[in-house]
Write a protein that binds this ligand. Structure first.
Ligand SMILES: C[S@@+](CC[C@H](N)C(=O)[O-])C[C@H]1O[C@@H](n2cnc3c(N)ncnc32)[C@H](O)[C@@H]1O
Length: 292
């Protein structure tokens, strides 16, 4: 698995996760909303380098444990290194979740930006549910791409000059229909969980609104620009013909592909460190309780 896609994305993952949540919001969710006040055994599906572990574990009661599962060998090695001196017990399991079964021994099962990458999200949700004890909690932090795309504001430009929402909405819908992988899965999870028998379902939205401010010379502002770039905003669309062919293969017309190319070329010029930009990722955070 040397050329496994996500193994080569550690930099992207570690530079972009923080765009979604303020730390105080995660603290608020864990302590005041979900009321996790005694130690929990937590398992993270598609853990990557262990992002959720780094954020949630310091907030959980002493004695809590963290298990991460991922198909990326480099990601799992990186996670093992990251957590080697952690003051809590960790375990990292390398494997393809599609092929794995888990014992029902966890109190909390989580995933972050994982379900959108599987072609059978409902079946995977069933696996997640099955690894919980009675009264265990499932928590899914997943994207809702179209609301994310609607939540960029680049100063001095009409939003429709930056993002073609109608076109993207159809593109994402067609992608999901064709592949099963759904970038809008976040908004559907309350429904899926209810259909799978989960109780006490609640869904929230991520809190962070990022503000790129050219008047600020703070370190965070510089990091924000780099993270937005790393996340693909204002990226150079590359060579026109292959860009359009790729969109045509995803069901777009030539004219739609051409318009999108022009828009992304324009954006790659217009987005730089000297512009005001606001952006809310609008992740959806869905939770519920499993009763056996
Ligand atoms: C967008 S990354 C998110 C990683 C991490 N949760 C985070 O937010 O930083 C998606 C992750 O899901 C993992 N993944 C996708 N399909 C998988 C599968 N069938 N089995 C195990 N891991 C999988 C990938 O290896 C990748 O690390």
């Amino acid at each position: 698995m040397d050329d496994y896609y996500w193994d080569n994305k550690i930099e992207y993952l570690s530079k972009t996760r923080w765009l979604n949540y303020n730390d105080d919001y995660l603290n608020f969710l864990l302590r005041s909303v979900w009321n996790i006040s005694s130690p929990v055994r937590i398992i993270d599906f598609g853990c990557g380098y262990g992002y959720l572990g780094t954020k949630l574990m310091p907030l959980l009661p002493e004695g809590s444990t963290y298990t991460g599962v991922d198909a990326g060998r480099k990601l799992i090695d990186y996670a093992q290194e990251t957590f080697q001196n952690a003051p809590f017990q960790t375990e990292f399991i390398l494997g393809d979740i599609q092929e794995m079964d888990f014992d029902p021994k966890y109190d909390v099962v989580v995933c972050h930006a994982f379900l959108l990458h599987v072609e059978n999200p409902k079946e995977i949700l069933r696996k997640m549910i099955n690894c919980l004890v009675d009264q265990g909690r499932i928590i899914c932090f997943e994207p809702h791409w179209i609301s994310s795309m609607a939540s960029y504001y680049l100063d001095g430009h009409y939003p429709s000059d930056v993002v073609q929402l109608g076109f993207l909405q159809e593109l994402f819908e067609r992608d999901a229909q064709r592949s099963g992988k759904d970038g809008n899965v976040g908004i559907k999870l309350p429904i899926y969980l209810s259909q799978l028998g989960v109780r006490q379902i609640e869904c929230r939205v991520s809190d962070r609104v990022n503000f790129l401010n050219p008047k600020s010379d703070s370190e965070e502002n510089g990091a924000l620009y780099n993270s937005l770039k790393e996340g693909g905003f204002g990226a150079d669309p590359g060579e026109e013909e292959s860009f359009i062919t790729n969109l045509q293969n995803r069901g777009a017309s030539f004219e739609e592909g051409q318009k999108e190319y022009r828009l992304e070329s324009f954006l790659s010029q217009a987005f730089n460190k000297d512009v005001f930009l606001t952006y809310a990722p609008n992740m959806k955070i869905t939770t519920g309780i499993v009763e056996r």
